[in-house]
Write a protein that binds this ligand. Structure first.
Ligand code: HEC
Length: 109
């Protein structure tokens, strides 16, 4: 019986992973459109830190999404080095898109 359950659960798990893959792709489009990719890559350091390292640094930090929202919106430096990130006002990236981009970044592993 236990085995049967696992056999059932695996395809379900695969299906739910596929289901979350869709919004993740959309958020990747957002960071391309907002030109975040000029300074960031998922797993390579460019001008800014790799998004995977950002995700690792703030793993389990409930305050991270709000803090990072403000940071990207207004720019700043000091958490990764002395190079500042430029501000990204609402005409460059909307509140909703910025929230989606940050959840996408924080979910990377
Ligand atoms: C001009 C280059 C540049 C662009 C464009 C840029 N970033 Fe950054 N980003 C940086 C740098 C440099 C840092 C490191 C800042 C620091 O040391 O605190 C950074 C840090 C970050 C961090 C981590 C912040 C922290 O305090 O740990 C996030 C999240 C982030 N960027 C997201 C974005 C998103 C989303 C966009 C697009 C809307 C974007 N960045 C566009 C250069 C850039």
């Amino acid at each position: 019986m236990k085995q049967n359950l696992t056999a059932l659960a695996l395809p379900l798990l695969a299906a739910s992973l596929l289901a979350v893959a869709k919004p993740a792709l959309a958020s990747e489009d957002i960071v391309k459109k907002a030109r975040c990719v000029a300074c960031h890559a998922v797993d390579q350091k460019r001008v800014g830190p790799p998004y995977k390292e950002v995700a690792a640094k703030y793993k389990g930090d409930a305050k991270a999404p709000a803090m990072l929202f403000e940071k990207v919106r207004h720019g700043g430096s000091g958490n990764w080095g002395t190079v500042p990130m430029l501000p990204h006002p609402a005409d460059k990236i909307s509140d909703d898109d910025l929230k989606a981009a940050i959840s996408w970044i924080l979910a990377l592993q």
